[in-house]
Design a protein around this ligand. Structure first.
Ligand SMILES: Nc1ncnc2c1ncn2[C@@H]1O[C@H](COP(=O)(O)OP(=O)(O)OP(=O)(O)O)[C@@H](O)[C@H]1O
Length: 262
């Protein structure tokens, strides 16, 4: 864990990018996610290039639960999609430990099988496991997200948060090393929201192998995190331990409120 560390995410922290490849091998084992000077732009129909991410650098240690925070439209989901490999960076380098798993915002996009057990086991077909090994992985994964009692339940009967937890269990069952979680609590009520966030926290606490990056704009969720990356206007402004980032955002917000009231 990084203790009381807050650092400005400047280019000085990282050497300049050497390539635009989406994976690198010379990253130390204790870093799960490493993005350096990541840029992402879109080109409009009129041929105008619109930058969405500008020189974003971030470094997330293995085994930790980090949040990606910032105001609406600052580029959090885009950065997460670049890290997931769903989008290719226009420039910069990205390393994310594998296997990695991207969990979507909408709980109804998560589940594909009729029962919880079948859904969590869905991705295990490719591993050539015995039935006993499959059962054991499903059981451990459901335990990690607090859903052991739901093994035989029809997924149709689950709440949104329970569906998110099943999706996370599916990733854990596949021995996923990095969970990339895109605003999972947006559509959830408070109970479900807490259930999902605690499930992620517990999954990490029960395995040193798993790292999670959780996109949110809810500051209160920071209490569950080890660290956070704060973005504004397409840039990574700060990253560090959760308490320091919370202080930083509060100071920034009160300065903004003073400015608009003056
Ligand atoms: N394909 C696209 N075409 C045009 N603009 C885009 C595209 N993708 C993202 N954007 C713009 O890029 C900016 C960043 O979007 P993104 O969804 O990454 O932000 P966000 O921080 O996740 O926002 P929110 O918290 O509201 O979900 C926004 O202004 C968005 O409108």
């Amino acid at each position: 864990m990084i203790h009381s560390t807050l650092f400005r995410a400047s280019a000085a922290l990282f050497p300049p990018p050497h390539s635009t490849s989406s994976s690198r091998t010379n990253v130390t084992d204790n870093i799960a996610i490493d993005g350096r000077n990541v840029n992402f732009s879109i080109t409009t129909r009129q041929g105008k290039v619109v930058p969405i991410l500008r020189d974003c650098s971030l470094r997330i240690p293995s085994g930790q639960f980090w949040m990606l925070l910032g105001p609406n439209g600052c580029g959090k989901s885009t950065l997460l999609k670049v890290l997931a490999g769903v989008l290719s960076p226009t420039n910069g380098t990205v390393y994310v430990k594998r296997p990695k798993s991207f969990v979507f915002q909408n709980p109804d996009h998560q589940v594909v099988m009729p029962t919880v057990e079948a859904d969590v086991a869905f991705g295990l077909g490719k591993f050539n496991l015995t039935c006993g090994e499959v059962r054991s992985r499903v059981s451990k994964a459901l335990d990690a997200v607090g859903m052991s009692d739901y093994l035989q339940r029809s997924v149709q009967t689950l709440s949104g948060g329970q569906k998110q937890r099943i999706a996370i269990a599916g990733a854990l069952a596949e021995a996923c090393k990095v969970l990339l979680l895109d605003e999972l609590t947006t559509f959830l009520d408070e109970n479900d929201q807490i259930g999902v966030i605690k499930a992620v926290r517990n999954s990490l606490d029960s395995s040193e192998e798993v790292t999670a990056l959780w996109v949110t704009h809810r500051l209160e969720e920071l209490e569950y995190a080890d660290g956070a990356v704060y973005m504004e206007n397409g840039e990574v402004v700060m990253q560090g331990d959760a308490a320091s980032i919370l202080d930083f955002i509060r100071v920034r917000q009160s300065a903004y409120i003073k400015q608009i009231n003056s």
